[in-house]
Design a protein around this ligand. Structure first.
Ligand SMILES: Nc1ncnc2c1ncn2[C@@H]1O[C@H](COP(=O)(O)OP(=O)(O)O)[C@@H](O)[C@H]1O
Ligand SMILES: [Mg+2]
Length: 238
């Protein structure tokens, strides 16, 4: 059942869903929940079915045990920066035993051992470069790589958001292998590409060779481009 969110009371176990629109404090809240996971903070839940149960995770977590996933590279960078800044602010608050920030002031009241909290937060600050704050695709790629044997993925893979270079390379390769050896004028080449060759059946090597030479090309036909262009291309590279 939906209920208003209180960052310091939100249960940190089980599956939980927070829904909110842009600019309403999602990133702020995530940084607050992250702090609580590091500190093992979590007073008893006050209302609802789970009333009386602690809202804390079962034990304090380290930076390397928390995964944060978001959509874009930009959001990832912002999130990492905001979590890092929040941990720093909280550590200074626990060291100085005071804060003007309402959330941190409340945390100071509810976390008993301030020196221990400050040590945990310092350790977290030092580990932030290893923090698992990823985009969804970044996380998936990392998992495939870390478990390369089980996933059958190559060790050396690269995630591309722009495949135009690969397309250009494929077109250039095609052009060189298919058109350089053909002893025809550009006009004849154009006619060949527009013609509709019969797609060779598997093993129909002779027809494939004839078509490669352009001998059986016939004019006309519907939608000649896909088959005319694809058929000589090795299946493995399509
Ligand atoms: N509970 C809050 N108390 C103080 N400032 C808040 C609170 N929630 C959000 N903010 C501030 O409001 C702004 C927008 O919040 P943000 O977490 O970036 O929103 P979202 O991630 O949902 O787009 C930020 O500057 C954030 O620090
Ligand atoms: Mg945000």
């Amino acid at each position: 059942m939906a209920s208003p969110l209180n960052t310091l009371r939100f249960p940190l176990h089980g599956e939980r869903l927070i829904e909110a629109s842009a600019g309403t404090g999602k990133t702020y809240t995530i940084a607050g929940l992250y702090l609580r996971l590091l500190l093992g903070h979590g007073p008893a839940i006050e209302e609802g079915e789970e009333a009386g149960q602690p809202s804390a995770h079962e034990r304090p977590l380290s930076v390397t045990e928390i995964l944060v996933v978001t959509f874009t590279e930009a959001a990832t960078a912002e999130l990492r920066g905001r979590i890092r800044a929040r941990i720093h602010e909280a550590r200074l608050a626990f060291m100085g035993r005071e804060s003007t920030d309402p959330l941190l002031t409340q945390l100071l009241l509810e976390v008993e051992d301030h020196p221990l909290a400050a040590r945990r937060l310092l350790a977290a600050e030092r580990q932030m470069d290893e923090a698992a704050v990823f985009t969804i695709h970044g996380f998936c790629q990392r998992m495939l790589k870390q478990n390369a044997f089980e996933s059958g993925a190559l060790f050396e893979t690269e995630f591309l958001t722009d495949d135009s270079q690969l397309r250009l390379q494929a077109v250039s390769d095609y052009w060189r292998t298919e058109f350089y050896p053909v002893d025809k004028t550009p006009r004849q080449l154009g006619a060949r590409a527009l013609a509709e060759p019969r797609r060779p059946a598997a093993g129909d090597e002779q027809l494939a060779r004839q078509q490669r030479a352009g001998d059986t090309a016939c004019a006309g036909g519907r939608d000649p481009w896909p088959s005319a262009i694809r058929w000589p291309w090795p299946a493995s590279r399509r």
